[in-house]
Every structure is written in structure tokens, then in C-alpha cells.
Design a protein around this ligand. Structure first.
Ligand code: BG6
Length: 473
């Protein structure tokens, strides 16, 4: 048997992509609510939106999501039927503190997650909770400028203290910030940042990053203090960068690209700013408000495990004229050896094994794959059934690569949660038609549909994978 007996098989979601009910039971407006579907989405996610209010011209898919808020019992029952050992979901910050800086938390929001966690436990499902998944109350952007303001560390500390206290005994696996390296790519999503004309964006992004890193270490400290059973992980949008050729310039370029991402985890898992980052800040004139207390806190509160998402490897070249493609919003050089999804994300199962080995060599902490999957267009029959062999093929190849990393290479791994186990809104495009789930949700890109849930072919396949601990793929 290659995987440990207590291996945490499951699936992953995020509040902003499935919960909906954006204005129900006292929830406040959040950054994610005002990211529209369609051509203006990227501009907003990049921090170049014109307004911080929703308007009548756009459709805002996060506002309804798949209405998990009202369907959670039915949805968790289906996950239970698949035999899930864990279910990754995130907290909508503005459901707990509607403005982010409120004096008291919103009881209705706290009660909602308590109900969800209790529902999970009914089926023997361990919740894996992302505290912040591209989520920031809009008031914190309006009033404080988002994470570039150090005050957000205090608001986050208050949030996590409430969460760890209230859910003690119900949740023990926590992730502090989803894909923390996304700050550099989608700063409005990653850190609630909005830029003024001519603002030094790189300065703002790294300042926000420092505040999130300190907040993450604070969360780790508080989690352990409140309940020593708590296990806290960081979360990286991972994918090893290959050099386009063996030219040393390409190798160097690839190494630099990887460091852009590792930078965050180097701090969270090793407890200090790496030398290459300090030099980079110096060169770029980036000023961070790193205090001695911050340094001590970071050093003493490293994470218990390293979690990551993996959709594809990446590729880099020193030659700016080579073709690029999309890959989880990280524009990357097109690797001629790989096929790609309909959205241009290249498919590389061996890259997962390579990525796992690189992360384990670097950090020597247990890993947790908390996102992996294929976004594809599904064609349901009249009963809502989808023959998604393409999805099974993708997941099977990646799970095999993960098992090789464990069995042959000795990488330590806690679990695997495939992304979007139930269809949900795409983060990058806002579409519904980019589906990842084992469960089909009847809703289209225009927001039309009954929201009926039906099982796809992959539902039974994944049930067997879990039942046999990955032996029957
Ligand atoms: C990750 C995010 O970047 O990729 C998820 O953590 C996201 O929120 C996932 O949904 C897949 O991306 P997309 O754009 O296909 O939804």
C-alpha cells in the first residue's frame, strides 16, 4: 500500500465561488462580489477597477455562486456518499466581520459555518478550512487600502481568534491564505489592493505580502495556542518552472521564476526572508516595514505543512519572443511537449511529481495537494448525467504521479483534494462552463438554471479511488 491509511482524500471549494447569498444574514460586501463576469473581470482583479460598488451593467457571479449557502446539506451528503475524508472550504470573512473592522462578529455567519462543519462530521468528513481564499471585506479596501495597510494584521488576528475559539474541536486543519503568491498576479483578489494612476504597484504588492506573511505567522501562533491539535498550512499556487532549453540563460530565468513563488513559502515554512529576496528588494527600492518583532514571530511560527495547488508546470525562456500560454493566470512559455486544456492550461502529470519533489526537498515538511483538476466543458444528457472520461483521465494521471512521488521518491503527503469537487464559478474567468466537478450543477454563464445537482461519471470513479485508497484507478 503506497498511501498512508489515514490519507485525506477529498475535494476543494472556496466561499466566493460557491456560497452565494452575498447579502444574506448580515454578510458584508467583499472584493470578490464586485469581480464581474466577462471582459472587465481582469481589470478589476488586477486592481484597476473603476469603482468599488456593483453596477447594473455587469453580472457578478460570486453573488449567487452555486448557492452552497442554501444547499450545503445536500452537497455535503453527496460528498459523504463519495466517501470524502476531508472537504476543503473557505470562510467568507465578511460573513463573520461584515466590514472587517467591526467590534463584534456576526453570529449568523458563525452559526452557518458551525452548521456546515457539523454536517461534515456527520459523514466522517474532516473540514480543511482556508481562512482567506481571495476574500477581503470591501470596507477594508475602501477605508484602509487593503493589505498594504498594516492595520489589516490586527483585523485578521481578530478574525482567526474568533474562528479558532468557536470551531475548536470541529476543525483542526487550517490554511492561512489561498495561493498567497497570487498577490503578485491578481492583487485585488489576493490582497484587496486597488491602484491609483502612477502608483508604485510592486512596492504595494510586496508590502501587502509582508503583512499577509506576518498575519499568517500570527494565525499559526494563535491556532497552536488555542488548540495544540490544530495543524496550520501555507498555500502556494505551485508548478515547477522548466527552462525552455538547456541554455544557462534559460535555466537562470526558470530559477528566478520559481523564486518569485518560493519567496512566500520560504518565509512561511523556513521562517525568514531569503537572501535573494532581500537583494531583490534593495535593487528595486522596495521598502518593507519589517520590525524585529516581525522577524521573531516569523521565525518562531512556521507552518506545520505545505499545501499547494497544481494545475500545470511552467516554462521560462530568456528569449522574449517565444510563444506564451495561460496557466492559472501565470502567463508561461508554451511547452511544446505538452497538450493543453480548452483554456490553454497545459497538462503535465509528471510535473506534479517534479513539483512535489522540489517542494519536499526544499522544505522537508509534509505536503498537502489541496487543488488539482481539469476545467472542461461538460455536456449533460437530459438527466444531467455527464460522461466525463476526460476528467477521469486527467485526475488518474495526476494521482498516479502523486503516488510515484510517495512510493518511489519518499515524499510525505497528508492528502489530496481535487479542485471544484462540485461545479462552481471559475475564479479566473467567472464562467460556469469551466467545470471541475464530480457533481454537475445546472447553471449557465448567464446565471440561468435550476441549480439541480447530478452525479457525473467521475462521481463513482472517485468513490472507488477513495474506497481503495488509490489502488483502483
Ligand atoms: C486556483 C484558485 O487558482 O485555481 C481557485 O485557488 C480557482 O480559486 C482554481 O478556481 C482554478 O482556476 P479557474 O480559473 O479555472 O477557476
Amino acid at each position: 500500500m503506497s498511501l498512508p491509511e489515514n490519507f485525506l482524500w477529498g475535494g476543494a471549494t472556496a466561499a466566493n465561488q460557491c456560497e452565494g447569498a452575498y447579502n444574506v444574514d448580515g454578510r458584508g460586501l467583499a472584493n470578490v462580489d464586485i469581480c464581474p463576469a466577462g471582459k472587465d473581470r481582469f481589470k478589476v482583479m488586477l486592481g484597476h477597477g473603476e469603482t468599488l460598488e456593483p453596477d447594473t451593467e455587469h453580472v457578478y457571479p460570486a453573488m449567487e455562486g452555486i448557492d452552497f449557502y442554501h444547499h450545503y446539506k445536500e452537497d455535503i451528503a453527496l460528498l459523504g456518499e463519495m466517501g470524502f475524508k476531508t472537504f476543503r472550504l473557505s470562510i467568507a470573512w465578511s460573513r463573520i466581520f461584515p466590514n472587517g473592522d467591526d467590534a463584534e462578529p456576526n453570529e449568523a455567519g458563525l452559526q452557518f459555518y458551525e452548521n456546515v462543519f457539523k454536517e461534515c462530521h456527520k459523514y466522517g468528513i474532516e473540514p480543511l478550512v482556508t481562512i482567506t481564499h481571495f476574500d477581503c471585506p470591501i470596507h477594508l479596501t475602501k477605508e484602509y487600502g487593503g493589505w498594504k495597510n498594516r492595520k489589516l494584521i490586527e483585523f485578521y488576528k481578530k478574525l482567526v481568534t474568533v474562528l479558532f475559539t468557536r470551531y475548536k474541536g470541529l476543525v483542526k486543519y487550517w490554511l492561512t491564505f489561498n495561493e498567497i503568491n497570487m498577490i503578485l498576479h491578481l492583487p485585488f483578489m489576493g490582497a484587496g489592493l486597488v491602484f491609483k494612476d502612477g502608483e508604485n504597484e510592486i512596492q504595494a504588492k510586496y508590502l501587502a505580502a509582508h503583512h499577509e506573511l506576518v498575519a499568517s505567522a500570527e494565525a499559526t501562533r494563535i491556532a497552536h495556542e488555542i488548540d495544540p491539535e490544530n495543524k496550520v498550512g501555507c498555500m502556494l499556487a505551485a508548478g515547477q518552472t522548466y527552462p525552455y532549453s538547456c541554455a544557462p540563460e534559460d535555466v537562470w530565468k526558470a530559477m528566478g521564476k520559481d523564486r518569485e513563488n518560493y519567496f512566500f513559502i520560504d518565509v512561511q515554512a523556513r521562517g525568514e526572508y531569503p537572501a535573494y529576496a532581500k537583494k531583490f528588494f534593495e535593487r528595486e527600492g522596495i521598502q518593507l516595514d519589517i520590525t524585529e518583532e516581525d522577524e521573531k514571530l516569523l521565525k518562531e511560527n512556521t507552518v506545520d505543512f505545505v499545501s499547494f495547488s497544481y494545475y500545470s508546470s511552467r516554462c521560462a525562456s530568456a528569449d522574449a519572443s517565444v510563444d506564451t500560454t495561460d496557466g492559472n493566470v501565470f502567463a508561461t512559455v508554451k511547452n511544446p511537449y505538452l497538450k493543453a486544456s480548452e483554456w490553454g492550461w497545459q497538462i503535465d502529470p509528471l510535473g506534479l511529481r517534479i513539483t512535489m519533489n522540489a517542494l519536499y526537498d526544499r522544505y522537508q515538511k509534509p505536503l498537502f495537494i489541496v487543488e488539482n483538476g481539469l476545467g472542461a466543458v461538460d455536456q449533460p444528457d437530459e438527466n444531467g448525467y455527464v460522461e466525463d472520461d476526460y476528467r477521469i483521465e486527467y485526475l488518474k494521471a495526476h494521482i498516479l504521479a502523486m503516488m510515484d512521488a510517495v512510493e518511489i521518491d519518499g515524499v510525505e503527503i497528508m492528502g489530496y483534494t481535487s479542485w471544484g469537487c462540485i461545479d462552481l464559478v471559475s475564479a479566473s474567468t467567472g464562467e460556469m462552463k469551466k467545470r471541475y466537478g464530480f457533481i454537475y450543477v445546472d447553471k449557465d454563464d448567464n446565471g440561468k438554471g435550476t441549480l439541480r445537482r447530478t452525479k457525473k461519471k467521475s462521481f463513482d470513479w472517485y468513490k472507488t479511488v477513495i474506497e481503495t485508497n488509490g489502488q483502483c484507478l
